[in-house]
Each structure stands twice: as C-alpha cells, then as structure tokens.
Write a protein of this length. Structure first.
Lengths: 365, 365
C-alpha cells in the first residue's frame, strides 16, 4: 500500500520533470512511509526510496510504523539535518533535479540543502502529496470511524456527569483523559469547551469560567487513532428548560448544518456545500459574523484539503472525509456550533456517511 | 519593557544594515510585543512598530497581552498572509531592506513576500531575537520560578497517590491536570512518564504499560506560566527496597547531575558544564549511550539557547535559566534521569538558583 502511494508520487514527479522528490512534511512522510519518526524525511525516485531518520526509530506507536519494505537510514548522532543528507544521497544516485516541499521547508534549510549540491536543481513539489491524501482508502476510513467512535464515547460519558460549577479547563482535560481511556493515541487537537458567553466561539481555548444554570455549553473534541483525526462539536443547554432565544438559535444552526450535510455528494462543488448552509444563516441576519468556511477535510491532519468555503475551487469526490461545522456566536450571550465528520459517498452507497453519531437534539443537561 | 526590547532589536538591525525587521517566530513575537495572537507578525523599524494580526486578538491569556503602546493592525477576513501585508507596509514606509527570520519562514512564504515588493531587499535576521532572549530579566525569572513551583506541587501530589497498577498514560494525564489545577496555563511540553524498561529514556512518550513493584519510574514534566516554561525530571523506585543495581545507577546519575549543577557559573563555557557531568558517566562506562547534550536554556520555549553540549561554543551569563538533565538507560532494564531547572547567578549572589526543589533523594514509593 505504501509502495503504491510512493509509485503514484513518482509518476506525478516524473510527469513534472523531477523524477526525484524529497518529502519533509511529517503527515506526508507518514502517508508515504507508514511512519514518521521525529525529524525523518523521505527520498523517493533517486535509487531505492529511503527514509532518513535523525536517530533510531523508537517504535513509538504515535509515530506509526515505517513500511518494512522501505529502506531506513539512521544518521550518525552528529549527522545534522536529514534533508541535507538526502540531497547528498540524491546527488550520488545521479539525480539532476529534486522536487522539495517549499511550503514546508524554511528558507535557511532550503539554502543548506542547495549548498551541498550546487549542481542539483531544487524544484518545488508543491502540494502534490497533500493532493494524493484527499481521497481516502477504506483502511484510512476505518481509522477515522474508530476515532469518531472514541470521541462519541468520551462525549457521551461527559454528558452523564454533573457539569454545573465545573470549569471549562477541567471539562476539557476530562474529555482528553476519556479519549485516551477509550483507546485514542491522544486528542486530535486541543479540546474546546466553551460556556455561557463563550459558547459557540470557534476554537475557543478553555478558561477558568464555570458552567452555570442557563448557559449554552459548546464542546468540540476529536480523537487521534493511528494518526487519523476526526472532529465532533455539540452544543447543549444547562438547566431544565432552554430559553426561547436559545431554541431559536439552535434550530437555525441545526438547519444550516443539515443543509450542509445533505449537500455532500460526489461532484458537488466545495463552495456549493458552504453556500447551502451559509445562505440560511445569512437570511437570518447572521451573515456578517460567520466563519470564513463551513468545513474542511480531515485525515492524518485535523485540517486538510478540501476547504468548504465561498471561494474554494473544486468538486467533492467519493471517499473524502470532511467536517460540516456551522456556528453562530452572539457577543455577550453565547451561541451554537454543531460539527460532524462525514465521508462523502455515492447516492447508491447510501449518501454521506456520518461518522460522529452523538445526537444533535438540543439536550438540556 | 517591550518597547526597550524592540529598541535593542532595531539597534542591532541598524548596525547590520537593515533598519527594518519582520519577526514571525511566535515566541519572538511574544517577547517583543507582549503577546502573539495566532499568526501575528511584528514589523519593527519601518515607521511605527506594528503588530499585524490575521484576525482580532481574542484576549486569550495563553497568547499573552500585546503591549498597549504598540500599534496593532487587524487584517480583513480575506487579508491573506500578515507577513506579505507587512512587506507592503515596509515598502510604503520607504524601507529599502527588510531583515526576516529565514530559519522560520518557509520558502513559499518568503517567495510570496518577495513578489509583492521586488525592489525591497529581503535580508536575514538570523537568530537575533533568540540571542536577545537568552539572558532573562527578573520578571521573566519570576514567571519561571512560579512555573517551577507549580510543577513541584503537581509532582508532589502524584507521589502521595497509589502508583502500582496505573498506566504511564494515565499518570501523565493526571500530572497535566494537576499542573492546570495549580495555576499553569498548560503543560510546558508533553509530560513523560516511563516505567520499568522505559524508565530513563529521554522524552519517552507514555504507553499503556502499568507500574509494577520493583520498577524504576521516571517522570519529566513542566508548567507553562504566562508563556514561560520550566522542566523537572525525577526517578523513583516502586516498592519497599531498591535493588543494589538501582541504588548504584541512581547514585551515579545523581553525582553527574550535581557536578553539572555545580559547574553553572557566569563565564563558564557551555561545553565545560556538559563535560563536568559527562566525564563521570563516561568513566563508569556509560559514555556510548549518553544523550548528545546535558541541558539547554528555557524561557518562552522549552528548548532555547544555550546548548550545554560538547561542541557548543560560548560562555554562560548570569540570569540565564538552563536545565541540567543527565540520564542513563540500560536496554531491557530501565534507567535514571534527573532534571532540574536552574538560573545561573554570580557566586556573590549565592551561586546557581535551583527553581525545581522536589527532593532528589532516591524515594521508594
């Protein structure tokens, strides 16, 4: 499988005139090599493919397990930058050009690479590996499905506990502990818990504010399972009965989120999915304060292509996992966010597959 | 204070021929501006200094609070990269050269910056801000002292709890929760808990291994307090009586760590501090497996200059906080690491100031 992915990359590079490529962005290394020990870089298309590591891989599961059919070279203790060592390997293998990830390498590192082999032309690989990563295979989707199950379990347990009086920070830490309890390799991203006036803010970082009766409580979390990251966000009301404005706002965001989910199908333009949800929120007068996008791809990173945004060009394919996460925040009062991870599927296969299945009813806790 | 720091940077830049500089590395932005909202960059020396932010700062304490005397410019929602916008500001202010952080900017970003103002020369600021950050003022040391107190408290509480049967992962999560309980803004770095054969490994990532009787247990953690990060590492024995080999190994690492601490004084070469500890471990036959350095600076990042390593050039100054963290790991058996954060002080001021004061006796828990 990893060898197939590397073959596809070599084909792309050869077509672009640089048969050899150096991959340095960790998620890209992991995608092509099966594992990404800290600092490792992958050289493909210059002799045998080789994973250059600054030190011996520790076998840490969080790094993944490098493909056994792939050659691994461990640099000596004072071996310097593996990317520089890789340039030297490519030169000795007779490559005259090497495509590198200019969106990941720093200027200083790129210069050091250029200086060890002045006659080797450094070209730009651009986002070639990121493009390969957009459509997932069923093994990848299985990892995402398990990650989503873990997040659902952690969230479900939180809902059964007493919430009033506890701080955002503590609830976030407890959720992260529960993710690990249920088998996650860690949180997919920093867990967000937002109460009262903070509720509904995107990527709110937890504070010492305590949950109070009558609050909106919005939570966004995700699990990392074998490197694959999902995302779920829900908003609840604390106390016995939601206020009218809370029910109204919730119903609106829910309708927008449903419209976004229902727009997910192979061939639909990214911006059409965004528009399906955005126009409902816009019509209700919340257009000015909306986030610049409705959702994004997920996989080995929590924020990947595609972007579901008004100016985003391109169309969805089957087997692309994305988030659909509209939100409205009313300054001083709080707000609502609802966030799911789904996989785009053909109509004949049942349409979009919802990975995060926690209820989206407005629960009063 | 922040204005003084920026004035010192402007002086340095002017002396190097580029009166204007663009700072993009987040810890450097925070050092000079008081805060670093996500994605913000700081332009100094081209007209008024200005902090360019991709969106309005949220006031999140984890980002710090930007200096009120500093101009802040928030880019429009689709404003693109603040570093590119900053180039345009510098050009309009009449700058003919701009020093940038080539060790932080990617090649792609640097190119985008160059293309908006082809006649503005982009020079390299190098590690100029990192150099300014090495010697700390007393306010910074106060933050580090509080961070160390928090870490000591979290570790102390863990030692009072039952450890046998609990996993490395759970102990690590509990330590991180306790750090936040005691007022940390978060963990300074991922907490490491290592038991049995894992004990003594540097930066070991916690696994599902459970603590057993007779294990070495090594723990490394730190608190982030107002952006400042400290580090403490201790090794314990689980059960009633340590084995002879455990006592022997512990005494050796302890002696090496003490030698390193005692070598800390203004004017001492970095490599001399490393050598003081390394020669003891070397003489005992552990030289081959030692980490490449004894310790490093700490501050707004957990790993800063100076490097206490054999090939490191330079001498210690007063008011430089560093870690001293030797360790020995015996494959299959485990090992010992002892790690403190100290501030280099003049002899007349009492010599090195130990910030992390948890006992270094070999405790049997």
């Amino acid at each position: 499988m990893y060898a197939d992915r590397r073959a596809r990359l070599r084909d792309r590079c050869a077509a672009a005139g640089s048969p050899a490529a150096l991959v340095s962005r960790p998620a890209n290394v992991r995608y092509l090599a099966g594992g990404s020990p800290p600092g490792a870089v992958l050289l493909v298309g210059a002799g045998d493919d080789v994973l250059l590591c600054p030190r011996a891989p520790t076998g840490d599961p969080a790094d993944g397990r490098p493909d056994e059919s792939l050659r691994t070279a461990v640099l000596p203790a004072s071996g310097g930058d593996p990317a520089v060592a890789a340039v030297d390997v490519a030169r000795k293998a007779g490559a005259d050009a090497l495509a590198v990830e200019e969106h990941h390498l720093t200027v200083a590192r790129h210069r050091a690479m250029g200086s060890v082999a002045p006659r080797l032309r450094l070209a730009d690989l651009g986002g070639a590996v990121e493009q390969l990563r957009i459509v997932k295979d069923e093994d990848e989707i299985t990892c995402l499905r398990i990650a989503a199950e873990i997040a659902d379990q952690a969230l479900g347990e939180l809902l059964e506990s007493i919430l009033v009086g506890r701080t955002e920070r503590h609830l976030a830490l407890e959720l992260e502990r529960r993710l690990v309890d249920h088998g996650a390799d860690g949180a997919a991203f920093p867990t967000s818990v937002a109460t009262g006036p903070n509720a509904g803010l995107a990527a709110h970082r937890p504070t010492d504010r305590r949950v109070e009766e009558g609050d909106f409580l919005s939570v966004c979390l995700g699990a990392n399972y074998r490197g694959y990251r999902c995302e779920i966000g829900r908003t609840f009301v604390i106390g016995t009965t939601p206020a009218d404005w809370q029910i109204e706002l919730y119903d609106l965001v829910f309708a927008a989120q449903r419209a976004g989910r229902e727009a997910l199908s192979p061939g639909t333009e990214f911006r059409e999915v965004d528009r399906a949800a955005r126009q409902l929120l816009d019509a209700a007068g919340h257009g000015g304060a909306l986030a610049p996008r409705l959702g994004h791809g997920v996989g080995l990173e929590i924020d990947e292509d595609p972007q579901l945004a008004p100016a985003s060009m391109g169309k969805l394919d089957a087997c692309v996992p994305v988030t659909v996460e509209p939100g409205v925040h009313l300054p001083g009062r709080g707000g609502v966010r609802i966030d799911d991870t789904l996989v785009v599927r053909q109509e004949a296969d049942g349409g979009p597959e919802l990975l995060t299945i926690t209820t989206k009813e407005l629960l009063a806790l």
